[in-house]
Design a protein around this ligand. Structure first.
Ligand code: BTN
Length: 225
């Protein structure tokens, strides 16, 4: 594994696209143009953790698997981190980390942002209500070096389990840490919004939602609100 570390980048995902070599990890202390899902910005001040991992081309379930590794990493600090389909990690219902997966021709980039040593009042006002940070929850800072080490270790272990064809074991862990399983929620998909009860996630990482008339809808891409 090759690791590149920068004090500042526009976006680790963008830099990863230039390198495009599986097995490479890009880390930045801060980002000037951090990207979130759905064309949003990812606020990326000093103190947060911003990392992109270049993998061989993978199916969309990789987002859930890396989300699981992130969730388990944050739980190591005694926080009740939970997964939220498809790409959020929550603590007490508030977002503490997010994942942005981008597919290239021959590779997949998984970008991870964790609100680590950041004060809540540093975040833009519109995010403050729905977000939290490790500093906010623990009332102290953590070692970012250790955070990265634990995270990379968990990702490697879970990735190996996936490569051995044991995705169902990982999805079982994902379900048990889910903040939304069994809940009735609204899922926004491009152009519309569907309300239903979250029944499960399937082997491809799609969400299975029971809608009003009792049918089960499979949602491949979207956002739970
Ligand atoms: C989201 O929840 O919308 C996804 C946020 C992903 C942010 C990370 S930070 C490292 C990597 N580089 C980026 O520009 N974005 C991802």
């Amino acid at each position: 594994m090759k690791i590149y570390h920068f004090e500042e980048l526009d976006s680790t995902n963008e830099y990863a696209k230039k390198i495009a070599e599986p097995g490479t990890v890009i880390i930045a202390d801060k980002q000037t143009k951090g990207k979130g899902r759905l064309e949003r910005n990812w606020f990326s001040p000093l103190g947060g953790m911003y990392i992109s991992i270049i993998l061989e081309q993978e199916t969309p379930v990789i987002t859930l698997i890396v989300g699981l590794s992130v969730c388990k990493t944050i739980r190591r600090y005694g926080l009740d981190a939970r997964t939220k389909w498809p790409n959020d990690i929550l603590v007490k219902g508030k977002k503490i980390a997010g994942i942005l997966t981008e597919q290239g021709q021959e590779y997949t980039i998984v970008g991870i942002g964790i609100n680590a040593n950041i004060s809540l009042d540093c975040l833009p006002e519109e995010f403050r209500e729905r977000s939290t940070t490790i500093r906010q929850e623990l009332k102290r800072d953590i070692s970012k070096g250790e955070l990265i080490e634990v995270l990379l270790g968990k990702i490697e272990a879970d990735y190996n389990v996936m490569r051995e064809g044991r995705v169902s074991e990982l999805l079982e862990q994902w379900r048990s840490l889910s903040a939304v399983m069994g809940k009735t929620i609204e899922v926004k998909t491009p152009g519309k919004s569907t309300k239903g009860e979250i029944m499960d996630i399937d082997e491809d990482g799609a969400l299975l939602l029971r809608v009003k008339n009792g049918t089960i809808k499979k949602i491949i891409a979207g956002e739970c609100i």
